[in-house]
Write a protein that binds this ligand. Structure first.
Ligand code: CO
Length: 637
């Protein structure tokens, strides 16, 4: 089942993402004020205030305000980080803020310029000749963010990146199998030149190809038998604009340039009452720090969301490949550098999945067995950021559980190494003469809770062994104790599996039938933290990765954990905001959870790595009075 096109869906709710026509209209209005040289990076909806959303009734008119960012160098006298234009589509009003902290994110314009500039540079061509590459037609160039420290020969207010090279034998070859070792071009994009060429010496280019399409293999293994997933009566969810209803769940969905896939206004209906759970839930930013001391890698720590606009990298999905079953898709609209709109068809995938057994019991006395199947609603997107792919999957279950699963796949970063020269502690071999550096993928999710209302509080729960005492003579006792996290500094917390540590969001004013505050628990899965030292640039720029938990009082401007403009920035975001140590007790709290993987590459990750998973689960803890799926119809009733 394919949705014709989101462009045909009229904007009917203040949270609906910008439509194709709105993006083009907004960009035209912004350009009138910015001039023709403005190059757009991203567009997003300026999300309406919570107050407006709470009062909103279907059919009411509302203002539509979009935010565009980008850069207009070098035509401005005073160089800065670019523009942040707010366009009110309802009134035609445009206001321009200049970005003074950091730069507008890396965009298509930067990539094209960086490649063109590097391929025309005499020094770089000479360095390639030294490596036996005369014809650079098929050489693939990957521009990387310069981090918070572009080369010293590039002025700090210039846009810059670092360009590394891979050799493709043909136009469609997998270049990552043939990395050009030791060579980095530091490109000053503002001046349009290679400002510095870093050359650490020639290492032979690995020879084995890394192609992975079916026609690249002489024989293929047996294909698994056909599997069809059909719902003869259609799917059990309904989609109205960007609002989705399934069983007792209701929410809205959109794609944001930095936050990617966003759930809005997630609620659960119980006995006719709509019970809010999350006002907004999404990635806030992420970072991929490399641990290798190799000068090709040790500066790498891309913030794929904030620097590279992961939302702009959203894939158009294919039925039967990306998604299986009765699928409903929603499109997404981005802005192109020139201000025209780009439609990504089938960007958000919505479907139901059977998930095995939900609950079961065999009554030994009556010989009766009751069993219910678990079903989950899946809302997902996939994003390609350079060599890597990230899938974001929200799952809603019949028992009130909410889960985020990140799927990591794609091609690992690589180095060329000579025979016997590998340093497995930093970069194990994945193929002959190809080593892949150790690295992390750390995702910070922003969970704006609204459990039965905005006033929530957060507890930490630790389970520990009790001392031996009169009550505990055999030393068998252990207990779970709760600690209220009162302020931002005391709420900077880390996981501790030895204490089965979890965190619990509660509403002290909403009691369940046992007289206890309703709650949801954040159960961490794999949740490493940043290994890089405190003094490192990555620790300053991606401070969110230093702790697994942060709690802040809601503030409209605090959506992105590394700040709005981390590109070429020295650091901003949650690690700075929380220095204020604001109170987070019985207020509109926002919970930030950093999870991820520490990736020690293995031969099986080559040439394309099988999906690796991370994420977290939110379990209701007394949010309901009993198992909310106990009354689910069975099949033998
Ligand atoms: Co990885």
């Amino acid at each position: 089942m394919l949705d014709e096109s989101a462009t045909s869906v009229a904007v009917g709710h203040p949270l609906d993402p910008p439509s194709f026509d709105e993006v083009e209209k907004g960009a035209r209005l912004a350009k009138k004020k910015l001039g023709e040289k403005a190059a757009f990076c991203t567009v997003r909806l300026k999300e309406p205030s919570k107050d407006l959303l709470r009062k909103f009734k279907t059919g009411q008119s509302f203002e539509r305000v979009l935010r565009f960012d980008g850069f207009d160098h070098p035509d401005v006298d005073q160089l800065d980080g670019g523009f942040d234009a707010t366009v009110n589509l309802s009134t035609g009003e445009v206001s321009i803020d200049r970005i003074t902290k950091g730069h507008a994110p890396i965009g298509f314009t930067d990539y094209v310029s960086a490649v063109t500039i590097t391929k025309a540079d005499k020094g770089w061509l000479e360095a390639m000749r030294k490596r036996g590459i005369e014809d650079v037609t098929h050489v693939q160039l990957d521009p990387w963010p310069a981090g918070g420290y572009q080369h010293s020969s590039i002025p700090r207010d210039h846009r810059a990146n670092r360009v590394i090279a891979f050799v493709r034998e043909t136009a469609t070859d997998n270049g990552y199998a043939h990395p050009v070792q030791g060579l980095i071009a530091h490109v000053d994009l503002t001046d349009g030149r290679v400002a510095h060429l870093e050359d650490h010496g020639v290492v032979p280019i690995p020879k084995e190809h890394g192609r992975y399409e079916n026609h690249d293999f002489d024989t293929l293994q047996k294909e698994p038998n056909e599997l069809q997933i059909t719902q003869p009566n259609g799917p059990g969810f309904t989609v109205e604009g960007h609002q989705i209803r399934w069983q007792n769940w209701c929410f809205r969905v959109s794609v944001h340039p930095v936050n990617g896939l966003v759930l809005h206004e997630l609620s659960y209906e119980e006995e006719g009452t709509i019970r809010p759970i999350l006002h907004r839930a999404a990635l806030s930013d992420m970072v991929v720090p490399y641990g290798d001391t190799d000068p090709m890698h040790r500066w790498k720590h891309v913030l794929d969301a904030g620097e590279a606009s992961i939302g702009n990298c959203v894939n158009s999905l294919t039925l039967g490949c990306d998604c299986l079953g009765e699928i409903h898709y929603l499109d997404h609209v981005c802005v192109k550098p020139d201000g025209t709109a780009r439609l990504v068809e089938r960007a958000i995938c919505i479907h139901e999945e059977d998930y095995g057994v939900l609950w079961k019991h065999h009554n030994g006395h009556s010989k009766n067995t009751e069993v219910r199947r678990s079903r989950r609603l899946v809302v997902s997107t996939f994003h390609t950021v350079g060599n890597y792919e990230y899938g974001f999957y929200w799952y809603l279950y019949l028992d009130g559980t909410i889960q985020m699963e990140v799927k990591l796949t794609g091609i690992v970063g690589v180095s060329a190494v000579e025979d016997g020269e590998e340093r497995p502690e930093f970069a194990p071999l994945v193929a002959p003469n190809v080593a892949s550096p150790i690295h992390q993928h750390l995702f910070c999710f922003r969970l704006d809770f609204e459990l039965d209302g905005p006033e929530n509080a957060v507890y930490e729960i630790n389970t520990e062994a009790e001392p031996i005492s009169e009550e505990n003579p055999d030393g068998t006792a252990f207990s779970a104790r709760e600690t209220l996290l009162k302020t931002e500094l005391s709420a900077r917390r880390n996981t501790d599996p030895s204490k089965a540590r979890t965190w619990k969001v509660v509403n002290h004013k909403s009691m369940n039938r046992l007289g206890k505050p309703v709650a949801y628990r954040l159960s961490p899965h794999s949740a490493p933290r940043l290994f890089a030292r405190e003094a490192s640039q990555v620790a300053k720029r991606a401070g969110f990765a230093k702790h697994n938990l942060w709690v802040t009082p809601y503030k409209e401007s605090e959506l992105c954990a590394a700040g709005d403009y981390p590109h070429l920035s020295e650091g901003d975001g949650i690690a700075h905001w929380t220095d204020a140590d604001r109170s987070v007790e019985n207020t509109d709290v926002v919970v930030w959870h950093t999870c991820g993987v520490t990736h020690l590459p293995r031969p099986e990750d080559w040439p394309v790595m099988p999906v690796e998973y991370t994420g977290f689960t939110l379990h209701p803890v007394g949010f309901f009075g009993r198992n909310p799926a106990i009354d689910l119809p069975g099949h033998n009733h």
